[in-house]
Design a protein around this ligand. Structure first.
Ligand code: ADP
Ligand code: UDP
Length: 248
């Protein structure tokens, strides 16, 4: 697919500062400028730290994943990387749902259902969480999402279809790098014309990656569980994905 060569718009005012990223307006009303931060939070923001190099690593890793997903025909917001820690994305109105796909039981699912972490699921499970920090992002079902007007039936079906397609693409990329994709979280948004796009980030902050042979964790669980070696694990993920330091 040919990509249009676009002039980089100017960065304008900070619109939003989140836990892991800053979002800036740009001179192009359809585009946002995203800056990935080194800040990390867990347990609804109760645990906080700065992880040296995380912003740059997640910016690079996310860019690699979005490019691969785009090649596979998945519509997404990523336009291009701008600097080591910054990227340009298409502006969307975020759907207030976190879509989690799981290939193995881990984290909150293992805790909630008393399952052994790492248990292989007979097929991927898609879960929905209401994106609301004050409520601790509660687990919801399709009816909540539809009746409370967060999505239409068509959007929900499309989000689930895309989430499973993302799972297939990412699993195929990762297994070649000896990485198991345990689970991950996606966010979707609508453009002004109503097109549904995959948005936010796909990185070790939002996925569980385990080494295929040793089951070593290569993701944010190293921070959540005080396992140490957080930056090294993220660096290892970038290395396995073939990321290079192109000086940008
Ligand atoms: P949080 O809001 O959970 O603290 P971040 O620090 O990652 O998370 O902030 C990034 C915010 O930007 C999130 O709320 C995310 O939903 C939103 N976002 C991601 N991609 C886009 C986009 N393309 N357009 C608009 N908002 C986006
Ligand atoms: N996740 C995320 N943001 C959240 C909650 C979860 O990116 O606010 C990701 C998390 O990294 C994991 C998957 O979604 O890859 C499932 O997370 P889980 O529900 O197990 O919650 P956790 O125990 O990680 O808090």
């Amino acid at each position: 697919m040919e990509r249009e060569v676009q002039a980089v718009p100017e960065r304008r005012e900070l619109l939003y500062e989140g836990k892991a990223k800053q979002i800036f307006a740009t001179s192009d009303p359809k585009l946002y400028w995203v800056r990935y931060k080194d800040d990390a939070t867990a347990f609804d923001g109760k645990k906080r730290a700065t992880i040296a190099g995380k912003g740059e690593l997640n910016n690079r890793i996310s860019a690699i994943f979005f490019d691969r997903l785009g090649q596979a025909g998945i519509p997404h917001h990523f336009v291009r990387r701008l600097s080591p820690t910054e990227q340009l994305v298409r502006k969307v109105t975020i759907v207030p749902l976190e879509v989690v796909v799981r290939n193995r039981a881990a984290g909150s699912m293992a805790r909630r259902l008393g399952l052994e972490e790492g248990m292989v699921l007979t097929r991927p499970i898609v879960e929905l969480y209401y994106k609301d920090d004050a409520l601790g992002d509660p687990l919801v079902n399709d009816d909540h999402a539809l009746v409370l007007g967060w999505v239409t039936e068509a959007e929900l079906a499309e989000m689930k279809r895309l989430a499973l397609a993302v799972n297939d693409v990412l699993q195929a990329v990762l297994i070649e790098r000896d990485v198991l994709l345990v689970d991950f979280k996606l966010e979707f948004g609508r453009t002004d014309s109503g097109q549904l796009l995959l948005a936010d980030e796909i990185s070790p902050d939002t996925c569980r990656f385990w080494d295929r042979n040793t089951l070593e964790k290569l993701d944010k669980d190293r921070f959540r569980r005080d396992l140490g070696g957080v930056t090294e694990a993220y660096q290892e993920m970038l290395r396995r994905l073939g990321g290079t330091d192109d000086g940008q």
